[in-house]
Design a protein. Structure first.
Length: 125
C-alpha cells in the first residue's frame, strides 16, 4: 500500500543546528506555501517546528507522541472529536498521544510546535 499524498510543505530536516541563531522571521518572510512546516532545531529527543499555515489539516492521531502547539501570530484551531480549541497569539495547547485531532487556520497563522523527533507529522495509520 502506498503512502497517501498530502498538500503540505513539510520539511523534516533540521534547519538550524545547535549553536546557531534560529531565524524564524527569515523563514516566515520567504514562505509562499499555504501549509508550511519546517523543523527549526533539535532539543534532546524532540524538535521545534515552525508552521506558517492557512487552511485545514486532515484528521489524524499519534499513537506514541504528544504534540504542543504555540501561536505566534493569527488564530489557530485544534479540533478534537468533542470540541474545538481556539488559540490566539501567545497561547498554547497540548494534544496528548492517541487523541484524534485536526488543526486549522482560517487565515494565515504562525505557530511553533514541539514534539518528539520520531513523530510522523501526518499521523499514525
Amino acid at each position: 500500500m502506498s503512502e497517501p499524498s498530502y498538500p503540505y510543505a513539510t520539511h523534516l530536516d533540521v534547519k538550524f543546528p545547535a549553536l546557531t541563531v534560529v531565524d524564524a522571521a527569515g523563514l516566515i518572510g520567504q514562505n509562499k506555501h499555504p501549509w508550511y512546516n519546517q523543523t527549526l532545531c533539535r532539543v534532546n529527543d524532540s524538535v521545534i517546528r515552525l508552521g506558517v499555515l492557512q487552511g485545514e489539516y486532515h484528521w489524524h492521531k499519534h499513537d506514541n507522541d504528544d504534540e504542543f502547539f504555540f501561536v505566534l501570530e493569527g488564530t489557530f484551531f485544534v479540533d478534537l472529536e468533542e470540541r474545538s480549541v481556539e488559540l490566539r497569539p501567545l497561547e498554547g495547547f497540548v494534544v496528548p498521544r492517541g487523541v484524534v485531532h485536526r488543526t486549522r487556520a482560517p487565515r494565515r497563522a504562525v505557530i511553533l510546535m514541539a514534539e518528539t523527533a520520531a513523530i510522523v507529522p501526518t499521523g499514525d495509520v
